[in-house]
Design a protein around this ligand. Structure first.
Ligand code: AP5
Length: 216
């Protein structure tokens, strides 16, 4: 979890590869639906481009379908879901039904100035979703994804005005989810300072994950 631009996608991609987990990014799943040009995709675009969350009922349906399809590897790393308390409750119900525990919640944070600088300079691979930054995380070849060679694109919601709306949605709707998890006995909430360089944030997360694994 974490505000827009905290580094959730960048870090989830790295960690899911390292720990052989399935990375499920709600944002990537919604963008794929938009790219498919379906009626649902057109409806999603209205919310996403305004920096608002899509309705709980819609996202829960989409994420339950993603959670139950495909093999889990050594677990699932959720990125961007849940983002409201009703979504967290729907996830609890789904995990209870599947007999799978929620092991930990990682919260990555960074300052608001840093977030705006990161979002406005982000470039993403339309094929694999890998994120780059024009200054902080440049691809090896200008404007091409290191992994797929695809031309990098800019997300339609990555403007300063829209990121301010996304931050407002985060404070109002997603912060309470973190409080919801902090109140749960026995659930580890890992607070990660995401303001350092990407490799250092990865090291911090790995240390926290490894400690979890060792504690069983
Ligand atoms: P989503 O795609 O999840 O966007 P977000 O939460 O706003 O997060 P971002 O993807 O912008 O940031 P990130 O934390 O992943 O950062 P990243 O690693 O890319 O959601 C988009 C929209 O979909 C929402 O607004 C909503 O409409 C809808 N939606 C999604 N989930 C939903 C849900 N559950 N319920 C309802 N609606 C939902 O990094 C950002 C940039 O910074 C990159 O350029 C990167 O290269 C750079 N960077 C990363 N780490 C560092 C670092 N340590 N130092 C310097 N630069 C860095």
């Amino acid at each position: 979890m974490g505000p827009p631009g905290a580094g959730k996608g960048t870090q989830a991609k790295r960690l899911s590869e390292k720990y052989a987990m399935r990375h499920l990014s709600s944002g990537d799943i919604l963008r794929a639906e938009r790219a498919a040009g379906s009626a649902l995709g057109r409806e999603l675009a209205r919310y996403m481009d305004a920096g608002a969350l899509v309705p709980d009922e819609t996202i829960v349906k989409v994420m339950v379908k993603a959670l139950t399809g495909g093999s889990d590897g050594q677990g699932i790393l959720l990125d961007g879901f849940p983002r409201t308390v009703p979504q967290a409750q729907a996830l609890d119900a789904q995990l209870a039904q599947a007999g799978k525990p929620l092991d930990a919640v990682a919260v990555i944070d960074a300052s608001r100035d840093e977030i705006v600088a990161r979002i406005t300079g982000r470039r993403s691979c339309p094929r694999c979703g890998r994120a780059y930054h024009v200054t902080f995380l440049r691809p090896r070849r200008d404007d091409l994804c290191d992994d797929c060679g695809q031309a990098l694109t800019r997300r339609s919601d990555d403007t300063e005005a829209v990121v301010r709306q996304r931050l407002e949605a985060y404070d109002r709707q997603t912060e309470p989810v973190i409080a919801y998890y902090r109140r749960r006995p026995g659930l580890k909430v890992l607070d990660i300072d995401g303001s350092a360089a990407p490799d250092e944030v990865t090291r911090r997360l790995q240390r926290a994950f490894d400690a979890l694994v060792h504690q069983g």
